[in-house]
Design a protein around this ligand. Structure first.
Ligand code: DSN
Length: 420
């Protein structure tokens, strides 16, 4: 809620929540988000999320809804779909998934039968929960089989992947990641999938904005059948999901999202997604995306210069993973907590075949989309790396941490948070 009248009312009617809101805003201003999946939404997005569209039910699709009063909801959803198709060079777009998990579930449930086989990346090697982790419902419903990265290079091992594909004959090959710091050659995935007659799906949730800006490869250009992305990460839009596919899957995907999996779409989110797709097509967004990548390279290099060991040695995208055990003799949880104390927000992260458990893993994940949205560049990446490496090397020394915390505050004071 950004309007003054609404804030004044909230302060009176629910002071507890109002104070928490103020606290979170202050935390976001004074600290710095380095979690690679987080970002600062465009100010226009914040306005639309708190708009009249939140009041409206709109089950169905434009021109075919179950309730009346759809003049403007039809208009925004049609614009959102058309803009998404143009932005990503897709034949069909569904903009209704409420977030990333239902988005991927809708694809699996729409195109496969329960029990069928899906080949996807191992979670500790960079995959995602919705790619069939045993703790997820999808992991129980479908038969997920795994590919991994090569321990020597840290890159996807395509020979091993081909071998698993031939042995297990998956119906769907999924690629996409939440902690893999490299780019993919999507044509390689497509070749393996074609050999075994499997469909191809790329979950590009982390890099959707970088693909929209054409600074990273687009799997649809390599002939992928399906591409999914969340809209709130590198795209800077509302929390939500987007499914892009070939026209021949359009009917099945639409029916799977609604009525298969979801009820009423969140039309405030659809409106905000439509505006996000327009903003992401602008030259300023391409500059932003290029800077996200340049900043990631600069941050990685500045960390390596300070004796920090990165998984795969560096990055080709917006994220990197520090092996905190090898670099600082700290587990990922201890490292995350130390950085929290100096105002840098990161997340503990499992590393490939991590011997340690997920709540106390061996790594820490960092990314540059949010810092770049505040306008930070190469000089700031150098300072952030110095604060990170210095804090982790200080291993809980409170005087050193106080010094690094004041350096973080000095940095963030110069770069306002967009929209706050
Ligand atoms: N939570 C997101 C991430 O951090 O990668 C993905 O769901």
């Amino acid at each position: 809620m950004t309007d003054t009248a609404g804030r004044t009312r909230l302060a009176q009617s629910d002071p507890d929540i109002f104070l928490a809101l103020k606290g979170e805003e202050a935390r976001q201003r004074a600290g710095l988000e380095l979690i690679p999946s987080e970002n600062y939404a465009f100010p226009e997005v914040l306005t639309l999320l708190g708009s009249a569209f939140t009041n409206k039910y709109a089950e169905g699709y434009p021109g075919r809804r179950y309730y009346g009063g759809q003049e403007y909801t039809d208009r925004i959803e049609t614009l959102a779909r058309d803009r998404a198709r143009a932005l990503f060079r897709a034949e069909h777009a569904n903009v209704q998934p409420l977030s990333g998990s239902p988005m991927n579930q809708a694809v699996y449930l729409g195109l496969l039968e329960p029990g069928e086989t899906i080949l996807a990346m191992d979670l500790s090697h960079g995959g995602h929960l919705t790619h069939g982790a045993p703790v997820s419902h999808m992991g129980r419903l479908f038969n997920f089989v795994r590919y991994k990265t090569d321990p020597a290079t840290g890159a996807i091992d395509f020979e091993a992947l081909r071998k698993v594909a031939r042995e297990t004959r998956p119906k769907l090959v999924v690629c996409g990641y939440s902690s893999y710091p490299r780019d993919y050659d999507y044509a390689d995935f497509k070749r393996v999938a074609d050999e075994v007659d499997a469909l191809t799906m790329a979950d590009v949730s982390h890099i959707g904005g970088l693909i929209a800006a054409n600074v990273m490869r687009n799997p649809l250009d390599a002939g992928f059948d399906i591409m999914t992305t969340t809209t709130h990460k590198s795209l800077r839009g509302p929390r939500g999901g987007l499914i892009l596919c070939k026209e021949r899957f359009a009917k099945k995907i639409d029916a799977s999202v609604f009525p298969g999996l979801q009820g009423g779409p969140h039309m405030n989110q659809v409106a905000a997604a439509a505006t996000t797709f327009r903003l992401a097509a602008m030259p300023a967004f391409q500059d932003y995306a290029r800077t996200v990548l340049a900043n990631a390279k600069a941050l990685a290099a500045a960390l390596v210069k300070r004796q920090t060991k990165l998984v795969t040695g560096g990055t080709d995208n917006h994220l990197m993973v520090i092996d905190t055990v090898a670099s600082f003799s700290l587990n990922g949880a201890e490292a995350q907590e130390a950085l929290d104390r100096v105002g840098l927000t990161s997340n503990k992260q499992v590393i490939p075949d991590d011997p340690n458990p997920p709540m106390r893993p061996s790594g820490l994940r960092l990314g540059t989309p949010a810092a770049t949205a505040r306008g930070m560049g190469a000089d700031e990446m150098e300072e952030i790396a110095a604060i990170i490496a210095g804090t982790l090397a200080a291993r809980g020394d409170s005087a050193a941490e106080a010094e690094f915390a004041s350096r973080t505050r000095a940095l963030t004071a110069r770069f306002p948070v967009p929209g706050l």
